[in-house]
Design a binder for this molecule. Sequence first.
Ligand code: AMP
Length: 188
Amino acid sequence: MRLVFFGAPGSGKGTQAARLREHFGIAHISTGDLLRAEVAAGSPLGQQAKAVMDAGQLVSDGIVLGMLEARLARPDTAQGFILDGYPRNLAQAEALDGLLARLGQPLDAVVKFEVPDAVILERCEIRYAAEGRADDHPETVRKRLAVYAEQTAPIAGFYRSRGRLVVVDGVGPVDEVFQRIVAALPRR
Ligand code: AMP
């Protein structure tokens, strides 16, 4: 099973991807986590990405694609994967199409998490208090929501026209949202 999860920051992608990973025995690939690991390691890539991430903007397409390509080459993706936070714009969606075509591993579904902005702001505030991620500061979350609306939301049309889009209501208890996702996925 090869999936993309997309939705606003705090829409529950990461939480649900961790569940789906267990359920299907597939890899969970979060480009945000990969980038945070580079920042924590102080690598040149991490040093370049940090300021952009802290400002709530998108890291350059080339950097993220290179990182993703290396990650997809690891053996734990053999049964499939969930991409959590990639693609984030139309150029990335096109690049992913090309990459997966080359690998002979097309996507089964693209899951869009729908959560109202008011709920997002509340969830990110809770995460900010718990984890202290600079980009969860309420002001930065507003910026990330704007970036999402402008750059990421349009990928829904891209995948809808390819018959891959699945829309899931992301509001409610984690277990309920999980059941909704599993029920909405194509049977294989
Ligand atoms: P996330 O944990 O997915 O919310 O990602 C945290 C931050 O990492 C984002 O706000 C971006 O700055 C950066 N990031 C993660 N994924 C991508 C991507 N696919 N393209 C560009 N930047 C990304």
